[in-house]
Design a protein around this ligand. Structure first.
Ligand code: C5P
Length: 289
């Protein structure tokens, strides 16, 4: 039985703007997305018994078709038109759930990449991206990762210059907010401020970490009530020398960008006094498909 290990990288939103609600219930977005080294690890094994099963080191990760990794496997073989096949997936979950770090989306994308390789690359990057679209709005980004301007529902992707290398501290407070709920709160009271996304693209082009960090902004922070805990984490990061700090996606993880490892480690130490989910990671560049 063929088996491969694939990493599913975490995702962060360096900037996030919601442009408005669409007729299909989704929202048009404009965001700069970034993948990071911190990852889940998936073991993907083919079987010839039409058995579709997912297991994880965390008990609450579903083992049936509610699992996006398993859905990705089924969709892949549907598109390939191959029957008499099944997939077993083991997910070593590291990325915190309900964090805004795209853990589930990235697991789905990792399965698509692994299966494409294991079956002799029948699909090109564009086709994999279009399969990913049916799995969720963030999954197309997660297939390739890197630093990207994402628009539409999140599926229209334009690569930007990469985020300059840096140390990224991520802290996930215990609370989480449902994604649809946060979207509807923003519909009711839209955020008056907007991120300078074009400025951020220019800063990426210029390779200026400082200018990127200064433009980090997420409109979802305004829809959180209370946002006190998010503000507390941001202040702790900035106190320790972060060039910028912001919540990712619909939260509740907050991250900060640091120039040096010693500043990042100081921030980790300070945050560990109040939080358990604290980690330091680095940006990753786009993957070859
Ligand atoms: O696409 P995905 O399944 O990740 O989206 C989860 C939910 O987030 C959607 O059901 C929708 O309520 C909301 N969403 C949205 N607009 C987007 C992406 C997600 O309203 N662009």
């Amino acid at each position: 039985m063929k088996s491969e290990i694939e990493k599913a990288y975490g995702k962060l939103n360096l900037a996030l703007e919601v442009l408005g609600r669409r007729d299909d219930g989704y929202h048009d977005m404009r965001m700069i997305m970034q993948s990071v080294e911190f990852s889940d690890e998936l073991t993907v094994t083919l079987n010839r018994e039409d058995r579709w099963y997912a297991a994880s080191n965390l008990r609450y990760i579903p083992s049936d078709d509610r699992n996006i990794a398993l859905k990705a496997a089924r969709l892949f073989f549907e598109e390939l038109g191959e029957k008499n096949v099944g997939v077993d997936i083991f997910i070593k979950k590291n990325i915190p759930v309900c964090a805004g770090m795209g853990g589930g989306s990235s697991d789905g994308a990792a399965v698509l990449r692994a299966l494409n390789r294991m079956t002799g690359k029948p699909f090109d990057a564009e086709k994999l991206r279009s399969i990913a679209e049916d799995l969720g709005s963030d999954v197309p980004f997660c297939v390739r990762g890197g630093t990207v301007l994402a628009q539409g529902r999140g599926e229209l992707l334009v690569p930007t210059a990469p985020l300059p290398d840096c140390f990224i501290v991520i802290c996930k407070p215990k609370f989480s907010v449902s994604t649809p709920k946060l979207f509807s709160r923003l519909d009711e009271s839209p955020c008056r401020l907007r991120p300078d996304i074009d400025g951020m693209i220019n800063a990426l082009e210029a390779g200026s970490l400082r200018d990127v960090a200064q433009r980090m902004f997420n409109v979802f922070e305004s829809a959180l009530s209370p946002a006190k805990e998010i503000e507390k984490i941001k202040s702790a990061m900035l106190d320790k020398g972060a060039l910028g700090s912001v919540m990712t996606g619909t939260g509740s993880a907050v991250f900060g960008l640091f120039e040096t490892d010693s500043q990042a480690l100081d921030a980790v130490k300070a945050l560990l006094g109040s939080y358990t989910d604290v980690l330091v990671t680095r940006p990753v560049k786009a993957l070859e498909i």
